[in-house]
Design a protein around this ligand. Structure first.
Ligand SMILES: Cc1cc2nc3c(=O)[nH]c(=O)nc-3n(C[C@H](O)[C@H](O)[C@H](O)COP(=O)(O)O)c2cc1C
Length: 342
């Protein structure tokens, strides 16, 4: 991983500094780029919220060789980690790697290790086009996250996702205010629960709404027919001054857990972070920036290696907190769990 990071640092010059600690401080305001919006506060809050949580070391138990597999959204995953959609290579990641090479590495590295990667969408149709082409070549092994376009455009893109053989689809509803898209003549907007009901009922795929930060919106997502949500503030890239996702996760999970899949992202970097998010109520987590480094610095193999590292760290953390399987990760592993965690 050291070599992969060094190579990524070289190839991502001008876009990402590959800081030893990826906490959103050095890159505040760098959007496009890899940073967070405005003051970078939302990105920093994601990092700080996870860093503030501590794990209980527990070793008198029988969790000797934990299982990491989970099933959600009709998908079987070897570990409760997916790569988040991270798109827009030319303006966010690197001037030296093509969108196509990047997304192929991103999707195939995850498929090699028994999990899924999300792929993103944007004003340039080429972004989703190359991703869907790569997904099709992998038998549909990707979860495309489309933008909240006008209804007809969104439905047309969902049709293309189905044609690529993908087993689930999402929309990053937190992109609803992206002025850059409107300026490029591609308007996005918030939608009512009735609009989502109509769109989701026509999608014929498990549907994920990404960018939920309150229990009220989680309930609306369930009412709209979503099969899952991602508790996310888009890595702090859309709205400044939002709390860290780990801060809102317990209340959001409590509202809908067991009814729909609860995924979460924002600042997750290690197996220990995965355990923390799951202890707060997530069924699985998404990781963004580190997968982008892995894909750029090490291609398909880099992504697979990062997943190997995460799995090893996760197993280690589960052994040392006394969790035999993902379902048994709960508030008991947290030192002073935040109120409302159960
Ligand atoms: C450069 C970059 C591009 C992104 N592009 C998308 C995208 O196209 N669609 C989307 O839903 N989220 C996108 N995201 C957000 C990620 O999916 C994810 O929510 C976020 O990166 C998680 O935080 P982390 O990077 O701290 O793990 C992007 C994030 C970054 C850093």
């Amino acid at each position: 991983m050291k070599e992969i990071r060094a190579r990524a640092k070289e190839l991502m010059k001008g876009f990402c500094r590959l800081c030893p600690v990826c906490d959103g401080r050095a890159c505040a305001g760098e959007v496009p780029g890899m940073g967070g919006a405005g003051t970078g506060g939302s990105f920093k809050n994601n990092f700080d919220a996870l860093a503030a949580l501590k794990l209980n070391l527990r070793t008198i138990h029988g969790a000797k060789s934990p299982r990491t597999q989970v099933s959600l959204l009709g998908l079987d995953l070897d570990l409760p980690v997916l790569a988040a959609p991270v798109a827009g290579t030319s303006f966010n990641l690197s001037s030296q790697v093509s969108e196509e090479d990047y997304i192929r590495a991103y999707l195939s590295g995850c498929a090699d290790r028994g999990t899924y990667a999300g792929c993103g969408d944007g004003a340039q149709d080429q972004i989703i086009e190359v991703a869907l082409k790569a997904a099709r070549d992998l038998g549909g092994a990707a979860i495309p996250f489309l933008k909240p376009w006008a209804e007809e455009e969104l439905l047309a893109k969902i049709e293309r996702v189905r044609a690529a053989g993908c087993k689930a689809v999402g929309v990053d509803i937190d992109a609803a205010g992206l002025i850059t898209l409107s300026l490029m003549g591609k308007p996005v907007s918030p939608k009512t629960v009735e609009e989502w009901q109509r769109i989701i009922s026509r999608a014929e795929l498990p549907f994920i709404l990404k960018g939920v930060m309150t229990p009220e919106e989680a309930l609306l997502a369930a009412e709209a027919g979503a099969a899952g949500i991602v508790v996310s503030n888009h890595g702090g890239r859309v709205l400044d001054h939002t709390p860290g996702t780990a801060q809102v996760l317990p209340a959001v999970a409590k509202a809908v857990k067991g009814r729909i899949a609860v995924l979460a992202d924002g600042g997750v970097r290690s197996g220990g972070d995965v355990v923390k998010m799951m202890a707060l109520g997530a069924d699985a987590v998404l990781i963004g920036r580190p997968f982008a480094w892995a894909a750029i610095g090490g291609g398909r193999e880099g992504v697979a290696r990062y997943l190997d590292q995460l799995k090893n760290e996760l197993i280690q953390a589960m052994v040392l907190t006394g969790c035999q399987d993902p379902a048994s990760i709960g508030p008991q592993v947290l030192f002073n769990p935040p109120p409302g965690t159960d």
